[in-house]
Design a protein. Structure first.
Length: 101
């Protein structure tokens, strides 16, 4: 997806994007998505790590929070992880997430 030179402009593989852990202390069995775009089946808020990184204050999780994503959205942001929460007040409420590669 995106600007990766050896990938087509459409998904060729899919897998589960089940949220797990949080941005500060991920669960040991949490596997990174390794640069996936997402399909969001049931909308809501999404706590994730964007591949290119993002600004964050020292001591806070390196997460990005996307709010009010509608049901049935192809979410073209490339992410490495989807978290249950940001270790603070925001929880991922999106569900039925599919990681596309």
């Amino acid at each position: 997806m995106g600007q990766y030179g050896n990938q087509p402009d459409f998904g060729t593989r899919a897998g589960s994007g089940t949220p797990a852990g949080n941005g500060l202390s991920p669960l040991e069995d949490t596997l990174p998505l390794n640069g996936a775009a997402l399909y969001i089946g049931t909308g809501g808020d999404l706590v994730c790590n964007v591949v290119g990184g993002n600004w964050h204050a020292p001591g806070t999780p390196n997460t990005t929070i996307f709010r009010n994503i509608p049901d049935g959205t192809f979410f073209p942001v490339i992410v490495n992880n989807v978290w249950l929460n940001d270790n603070d007040a925001v929880t991922t409420t999106c569900d039925n997430i599919i990681a596309l590669y």
